[in-house]
Write a protein that binds this ligand. Sequence first.
Ligand code: ATP
Ligand code: MG
Length: 438
Amino acid sequence: MKIKIKKQIISSQEHGVSRDAISANALKVLYRLKDAGYQAYLVGGGVRDLLLGKKPKDFDVATDAHPDEVKRLFRNCRLIGRRFRLAHILYGRDVIEVATFRGPHEGKSPSHADQNKEGRIIRDNVFGSLEEDALRRDFSINALYYNIRDDSIVDFTGGMEDLNNKILRMIGDAETRYREDPVRMLRAVRFAAKLDFQMEQETNNQIFELGHLLEDIPVARLFDETIKLFQGGYGLRCFQLLREYQLFELLFPMTETSIIGSQEDEKTLKIVEQALRNTDERIASGKSVNPAFFLAVLLWYPMHEYKNRFIERGEHEIEALISASREVLTRQQAYTSIPKRFSLMIREIWHMQSQLQHPTRKRAMRTLTNKRFRAGYDFLLLRNKVGETELASLCTWWTDIQTKNQSEQEAMCDALVKGQKKSKRRKRRRTPVLSKNS
Ligand code: ATP
Ligand code: MG
């Protein structure tokens, strides 16, 4: 169903969002634009989340000032983006994004507006009016404009009604809009998960038809979206929805294959779900999360499968681990890029697993002081929790050793090594020795 354009103005008494809820920096930007004679609106997630009583992640501003005019007004301004030119106003680590109203592309030169043969927008720098801007946004609930002049909210696309009915609705024709920018499919999943909204029928159905278009999106952008999906506080729900919409397999095909084809008691699915549950809890309690840890989880069992193949081909355990890590990370880069700092950490977490599983006195003491110890140890606990039960006593050992002083730690290592020697001897005695003639 297409959206009927009907301008509605909701007064501040009616919508009930107070100016105090808007960040001081966003207000500064809005006031300065307004005082210079430009239109200035808060738009997007900031307005949507305030109306829903949630804390906005960031504040986005829309204006009729052109990027260069914005730059002239703010010393702390950087212009970014080519496909879509934007101004970032920087206040320390806080960034207020200021976008000039966008307009329709019809009849515009390719230097301002361009699409590829699938309909994907590859340049979007045609400026327009407030109303035109609203129609170029993705979902109706993301196209509500808070007017700093009178604190009213302007709605052209029925966003208020959809917000009240908990509906996620693509503005305009869903197929065309997904073709213009297939990443909107990932955004649809993210908002449906985060807000617990139902997708309107076409917004929903077209994802099944068009998911494959994500294959043409630059892998760096897909990586950024992946982080938003999994590290935004609603990761578990996003993961489940991505799988329902058959999009997960486009982002992490090796993990999906491992989930469906795994003969190992659904360990891949369990470890991903458990890691996401932990991530969501950490974010809810204000703790930091590291994308590398989660990526290490996603790709662990796929890596393991490669490792076994390398071992079958005659490689030694450690060698096989190194080859398999390289193989899996290289293959994954074809779907979502993984910045070097993360891929290094993923390798470190994986390699540390073998150090944690085979502690000798020297190695254990070194492992304890490794800067990745915490991540490696948490990873080991997670593996144990999802079914690698043989790791249970090792997990207890590593948990205990952290509570001891140095000489106690050394004594624990010695005892462990003695125990290992004994059990090796016992094993050897049990293994029947074949005579030369047999
Ligand atoms: P959040 O910041 O909570 O993730 P958001 O809705 O603010 O959600 P942003 O990525 O910050 O999302 O984008 C700000 C706004 O810009 C959106 O609300 C939407 O109106 C518009 N927008 C962003 N990405 C797109 C897109 N791919 N297509 C159309 N409009 C978009
Ligand atoms: Mg935002």
